[in-house]
Design a protein around this ligand. Structure first.
Ligand code: NAD
Length: 479
């Protein structure tokens, strides 16, 4: 295909290399996309020092108006280069170009536009005491913040953290996922073109353990880490960050229940469940991967769900007919396939479970539905992070709430019912940070987003992001 894109670090406003490089692979073709500079302790330290200096430089003197203007400009420039960003995102991840162009990239731009607008109305508290003394709080940046991201929604999730961090005047060292370094590199160009002062945003490529990720979490001059990724990685980062007592925000894994009651609108259920199971190849932390269906409609649901799943087109991310692209890597395809072997012994694969015919190259997998498994099976308990959904029958409301909550995770849940009272009743009892009723993935960036239990620590979004990325000082005045 002749495409090449090399990824250098972006440190103190300059694109720089380091001694080591690794190869970036296109998961849809298994061809090389280019090389990526591999950062280590030295690159992380240079980036952190640049970010530290930038806090005290021109950026530190920016008025709120100036910050709003530059954040807005970054969003505008992403939109101006939307096609370029979307192409790189699909080449890197294997996701359909239509998804990159309609979801990932517009949302990345919107993350900046949203927080530029939001900043106008960010305030603090103030209290007056009977005796006339009063208190007011001011916000200051936390300092240098480290952003560590996964590969499934690379630009969307990076900018979800970056925009509020900049809004609050912090400086940033970001470590994109090693499998998807391209859009972060292009974003660095946008930062330069938007006129952001040098050192405010730094990007260091590399791996996690014993590499850029670990060195970032251990660096004593990094004040906060916002991490999105696997639960296990979160635990490692928490331990590393404890040594210098960093502020942490974690958005981790999920094994999210979809609860479908018999009185739900089945047309709506089917179309949305197809999306919540298989969009982005199921590589979505919010994917509904445990589908509980009330017994009276179980067979009917399954029949229609299977029929729609068979219609999904798996293939070339750049073909407009494609619904499901390639999985991120060979290792990930093998990991997901390992779960399918477990499913074959613990239960039954009703549809899918194979490499699609005619696709010799690329890490493709047919959308897969698993049935006849019980709640203790590994495929029902563990996050698979691929196009794989387990469907399980249930009888009563009480029973399904208990089964939905019987999980270490608590990220999101979807409830399908026409009974308003039941919808609220169940939503109040589900142990997850996000509950959707009769919908899925409907987001409003003002709302708290994050998980309970092993799905995360803290919430981001609107005021929650502002709180995470700012330090409050309360000032008491005696009159
Ligand atoms: P991962 O945890 O393997 O990697 C995420 C990032 O952490 C990468 O940049 C990686 O290099 C880095 N990393 C790995 N080990 C590290 C270490 N020891 N120290 C510092 N950094 C380290 O996750 P992944 O496989 O890239 O992403 C998939 C996971 O992300 C899934 O579990 C998914 O549910 C989760 N996720 C959660 C959300 C959410 O909002 N809750 C969103 C998207 C993805």
């Amino acid at each position: 295909m002749g495409f090449t894109f090399h990824c250098r670090h972006f440190i103190n406003g300059q694109f720089v290399e380091s001694g080591e490089r690794f190869t970036n692979i296109n998961p849809a073709t298994e061809e090389e996309l280019g090389w990526v500079a591999e950062g280590g302790r030295e690159e992380i330290d240079r980036a952190v020092q640049a970010a530290k200096r930038a806090l005290k430089g021109e950026w530190g003197k920016y008025s709120i108006h100036d910050r709003i203007a530059v954040i807005r400009r970054i969003g505008d420039l992403i939109l101006e280069r939307k096609e370029e960003f979307a192409r790189l995102e699909s080449l890197d991840t294997g996701k359909p170009y239509s998804l990159s162009a309609h979801l990932d990239i517009p949302r990345a731009a919107y993350n900046f536009h949203f927080f530029a607008d939001y900043l106008h109305s960010v305030g603090t508290e103030s209290y007056q005491m009977d005796s006339g003394q009063f208190h007011y709080a001011i916000r200051r940046p936390v300092g240098v913040v480290g952003l560590i991201n996964p590969w499934n929604l690379p630009l969307l999730l990076l900018t979800w953290k970056m925009a509020p961090a900049l809004a609050m005047g912090n400086t940033i060292v970001a470590k994109p996922a090693e499998l998807t370094p391209m859009t972060a590199t292009l974003l660095a160009e946008v930062m330069k073109d938007a006129g952001l002062p040098d050192g405010v945003v730094n990007i260091v490529h590399g791996f996690g353990p014993h590499s850029a990720g670990q060195f970032l979490t251990e660096h004593p001059d990094v004040n906060a880490i916002s991490f999105t990724g696997e639960t296990h990685t979160g635990k490692t980062i928490m331990a590393a960050a404890a040594k210098s007592l960093k502020r942490l925000s974690f958005e981790l894994g999920g094994k999210n229940p979809n609860i479908i009651f018999s009185d739900a609108d089945l047309d709506d259920v089917i179309e949305t469940t197809i999306k919540s199971s298989f969009s982005n190849q199921g590589e979505v932390c919010l994917a509904g991967s445990r589908i509980y269906v009330q017994r009276p409609i179980y067979n009917q649901f399954l029949e229609r769900f299977v029929e729609r799943t068979k219609q999904l087109v798996v293939g070339d991310p750049f073909d407009s007919k494609t619904d499901v692209g390639a999985l991120i890597s060979k290792e990930h395809l093998e990991r997901v396939s390992g779960y399918l072997d477990i499913a074959r012994s613990e239960g039954r694969i009703l549809v899918g479970g194979k490499r699609p015919q005619g696709l010799e190259k690329g890490y493709y997998l047919e959308p897969t539905i698993i049935v006849d498994v019980d709640d203790q099976c590994r495929v029902v308990k563990e996050e698979i992070f691929g196009p794989v959904a387990c469907v399980l029958p249930f009888d009563t409301e009480e029973e399904v709430i208990a089964r939905a909550n019987d999980s270490d995770y608590g990220l999101s849940a979807t409830i399908w019912t026409s009974d308003l009272k039941r919808a609220h009743r169940v939503a109040h009892q589900i142990e997850s940070g996000v509950v959707w009723v009769n919908t899925w993935f409907l987001r409003d960036l003002r709302t708290p987003f994050g998980g309970m239990k092993h799905s995360g620590i803290g919430r981001e979004g609107g005021a929650h992001s502002i709180d995470f990325y700012s330090e409050l000082t309360n000032i008491t005045v005696k009159l």
